[in-house]
Design a protein around this ligand. Structure first.
Ligand SMILES: [Zn+2]
Length: 413
């Protein structure tokens, strides 16, 4: 283990985060940089200009996943991959995902400063559409990379305006020509703010994620019939919006029923059509998800909502069906990498806590195809997916140094 890792330039690292915070600003101090939007394109362009100026090579795959490579001594060996995502939610923070990409970049730069050659190449990745806020589901493009979703399926996902992923990639000039995935990797490291309050409340600078929560998400489609909101008798109404509301409450009740065992349920999005005053909705779509630390509980929660749908439909005189569904968090993180991170933290005297991840991350998908580890750092009061998301350099540096030490050890393996 290298106790003497080369110094990280904290100010340079922080400046990359603050430069990012200027692109796609939200109205309340955070970011509104939805994936493949104009501002996402500007951020990508800026990032590429930085890394090309530093002399790294850049490859972009057909989904816009971007890989920045610092070559190793033996370039035939599979590289160590480090990264996260530069997109944000519509009302997102300045650190969620961005921290992990900029941490990777700072590692490359610190190695250059110190004139250190690593045995393996190190690549920094920006995954397209981690958030899924514009194109559900989340972690879409790391999912294709890991062979979980089909490329064509991903390219044809649409946003609320009917624009496809393929069209959005073209419109910002970030559709690359490299095939998605199918590459040998040595390992994948991701550092991310915790997005919950555990580290913040404990005053601990690092979380080593030992396992993910299993999450099951699904799209639920409700079908009713358009009718006038005045003369239509109550008994004849088939209001899809009301059917969706019934499902939303059922989903919420399930979360509360499992809350004592850390179960959680979310209705995150509801679209109704035509969504106009005076007309009863003929269609509604909900996006819901269930998660818990125990895969069996997550499955039970999902079964309960599926079993409730006929009642919701009967009560509201609608038809209700499950559309797409998705899973993440099935695969756990790599014990050797977890040990390596523990040893790095011990060596550097950085206190840490071992924990489970409740939020989805690209690392979940990467864990399917390569040894993967996920590190958490604190964010103020655990606030995230909120423009008020905040942290400071001194709260991030210990985690960044542990990441650097572990990546360096792995790259010299
Ligand atoms: Zn994130």
């Amino acid at each position: 283990m290298t106790r003497n890792i080369p110094p990280i330039d904290g100010e340079r690292f922080w400046n990359t985060l603050m430069a990012s915070a200027e692109i796609g600003k939200g109205t309340r101090g955070g970011l509104a940089r939805l994936t493949l939007s104009e501002s996402d394109g500007q951020m990508r362009d800026l990032f590429r200009s930085w890394v090309e100026a530093d002399g790294y090579s850049v490859t972009v795959d057909r989904l816009g996943n971007t890989f920045v490579r610092r070559g190793g001594i033996d370039n035939d060996l599979p590289p160590v991959l480090v990264g996260s995502h530069l997109d944000t939610q519509a009302a997102g923070g300045r650190f969620d995902g961005i921290l992990g990409v900029m941490a990777g970049l700072e590692i490359l730069r610190a190695l250059d400063d110190a004139g250190i050659a690593t045995r393996r190449s190190i690549e920094v990745v920006n995954w397209t559409n981690e958030e899924g806020g514009r194109f559900p589901p989340p972690m879409l493009c790391s999912g294709v990379f890991a062979g979980i979703h089909d490329l064509d399926w991903a390219l044809t996902r649409t946003d609320q305006a009917g624009i496809t992923v393929a069209q959005a990639l073209d419109s910002i000039g970030w559709a690359g020509d490299v095939p998605v995935g199918g590459r040998d990797l040595d390992s994948y490291f991701e550092i991310h703010i915790e997005q919950g309050p555990a580290l913040w409340e404990a005053g601990v600078p690092l979380g080593i994620v030992v396992a993910p929560y299993l999450a099951r998400g699904m799209r639920i489609e409700v079908t009713g019939e358009n009718a006038h909101s005045g003369p239509t008798p109550m008994a004849r109404r088939r209001n899809a919006l009301v059917g969706a509301a019934s499902v939303a409450l059922a989903v919420n009740r399930i979360g509360h029923a499992y809350a004592d065992r850390e179960g959680k349920s979310t209705v995150a999005r509801l679209e109704a059509s035509p969504n106009i005053p005076g007309i009863i909705s003929d269609r509604a779509t909900l996006f819901v998800d269930f998660r818990s630390p125990d895969p069996k509980l997550t499955a039970e929660m999902e079964e309960r909502i599926r079993a409730s749908l006929p009642d919701c439909a009967a009560e509201t005189n609608t038809e209700i069906a499950v559309g797409d569904s998705w899973t993440f968090g099935e695969t756990s993180f790599d014990p050797d990498l977890i040990n390596l991170v523990r040893r790095s933290a011990d060596d550097l005297g950085v206190p840490y806590r071992e924990m489970m991840s409740q939020a989805g991350h690209d690392a979940y998908h990467l864990a399917r195809i390569t040894p993967t580890v996920l590190l958490f750092t604190p964010c103020d009061d655990g606030i995230s997916h909120n423009e008020a998301e905040n942290t400071r350099l001194e709260d991030q540096l210990p985690g960044l140094q542990v990441l650097f030490s572990a990546v360096l050890a792995r790259a010299n393996r």
